[in-house]
Design a protein around this ligand. Structure first.
Ligand code: HAM
Length: 411
């Protein structure tokens, strides 16, 4: 068997790489318009950065982190997500002295999940965060940015936005207790996986796709019955701002997200065209997280998106072909051809040379690549200090000095 990449990882090249680049360039331009600053943080961090904020009982911390001992026995973890490292970096570098801090970035994340379509163990995320703003304007703004981003990169609108509010942290605690009591009562009707979460992580049961669990949801306590007045007001405000911007969305009161740090607004953009791993953007508010990481007590809101999933829906791009193939008829003319090829490239002309010194083979390759021109270098050309430009579409051929060829090809 051929050597393969590690299970759950993949190589990115050709058309797929072009899509990735397009996606990254689009978000960079948009983030700049919305006044975000780019940041790049290390791929590994101290393990403690993730454990508590993401939730000791979350799937990510329990099963999916790539954690290893460094040589001095400290525990390191390949970042499974970008929000906590970004906040850590903002604290470490005093970026929170002036608020709001609006940060964005992209790069690889690592989670040891079961690989399947749209789910990898090393995947690439785009991540945007607004730190220091309590105003619902920020929640709505970041959702609108996500929507505009999808409009720009998808061939047509194939996504649906779901939103919910988790209320404040007190709401969430109260709701979790009620859910635990309810699910404990119906323990025997739950799936095995959900049974294990009754006490440790009852919110996650609401994410279950198991029929037995879903059946119970009809009568389970509803989050909206636990909102405080201020949480309700905040949710109404986010909804009304979104309505103003004419964005379509659906309220999903069971949307709770997989990481522990969320409160108030949570949202997901989903697509029904990419299989079961259908969330392409996920995010929400995380007031309290910055304080938990040792920074000031400031609120935050943000989202992340998997580039692999975006690329499955995005416009595609064919690789740019080289227009010019240089053909050197004999190795004796290598030095003459070498200088010419260097000069073309110095003039920013994309040039292909196949190192073959064989007219037939090289012409056939130029034709396969749909090159527009071949430049042929043989005895006559070297003696007359010229180069023969052959149009591969028309078949015509003309000997010319180097400066004329460069002038013509640059047009
Ligand atoms: P998340 O929902 O864990 O949230 O991940 C966000 C997005 O990353 C998902 O919607 C999906 O597109 C992509 N993704 C996650 N896991 C994988 C995987 N194994 N393979 C491919 N793509 C994947 C977060 O990470 C939060 N930090 C989002 C956030 C930012 N919340 C506030 N700010």
């Amino acid at each position: 068997m051929k050597i393969q990449p590690v299970r759950g990882t993949h190589d990115i090249y050709g058309d797929k790489l072009n899509s990735y680049k397009f996606i990254e360039q689009t978000i960079s331009k948009l983030a700049n318009i919305y006044d975000y600053k780019e940041i790049i943080t290390p791929i590994f961090e101290n393990t403690n950065l993730f454990k508590k904020p993401l939730g000791e009982h979350s799937d990510v911390v329990l099963k999916e982190m790539y954690t290893f001992d460094d040589r001095n026995d400290s525990s390191l973890t390949l970042r499974p997500e970008y929000t906590t490292p970004m906040i850590r970096a903002a604290i470490s570098n005093n970026l929170l002295d002036k608020l709001p801090a609006k940060l964005f970035g992209f790069g690889p994340m690592f989670r040891r999940e079961r690989p399947q379509k749209g789910r990898y163990r090393q995947f690439n995320q785009i991540n945007l965060e607004i730190l220091g703003v309590e105003d619902s304007f920020a929640d709505a703004e970041i959702i609108i940015l996500a929507n505009e981003f999808l409009d720009k990169i998808l061939t047509n609108k194939k996504t649906k936005l779901f939103i919910n509010s988790l209320g404040d942290h007190k709401t969430i605690d109260k709701y979790k207790k009620n859910l635990t009591t309810f699910f404990e009562k119906y323990r025997n009707d739950l799936s095995e996986e959900s049974k294990a979460k009754i006490h440790s992580n009852p919110l996650r049961i609401l994410d279950s796709k198991d029929e037995r669990d879903i059946y119970l949801f009809t009568n389970s306590p509803k989050l909206k019955d636990f909102y405080s007045d201020s949480a309700l007001h905040k949710f109404e405000e986010v909804k009304s701002l979104l309505l103003k911007s004419k964005i379509n969305f659906e309220i999903d009161n069971n949307l709770v997200r997989g990481l522990d740090y969320y409160c108030h607004t949570v949202f997901e953009f989903k697509s029904d065209e990419i299989g079961s791993q259908d969330t392409i953007i996920g995010g929400g508010r995380y007031d309290g997280l910055t304080k938990l990481l040792g920074g000031p007590d400031i609120p935050g809101v943000g989202w992340a998106s998997g580039i692999e999933r975006l690329a499955m829906l995005s416009k595609t791009f064919e690789e740019e072909q080289s227009l010019i193939h240089v053909i050197i008829l004999n190795e004796r003319f290598k030095g003459y051809g070498f200088n010419f090829i260097n000069n073309l490239r110095k003039n920013n002309i994309k040039t292909t040379f196949d190192y073959k010194y064989n007219l037939k083979k090289s012409l056939s390759k130029a034709n396969i690549n749909q090159a527009k021109f071949a430049v042929i270098i043989g005895e006559d050309e070297v003696n007359n200090n010229t180069f023969s430009l052959k149009s591969l579409f028309e078949g015509s051929q003309k000997a010319m000095p180097e400066n004329e060829i460069i002038k013509l090809l640059k047009q």
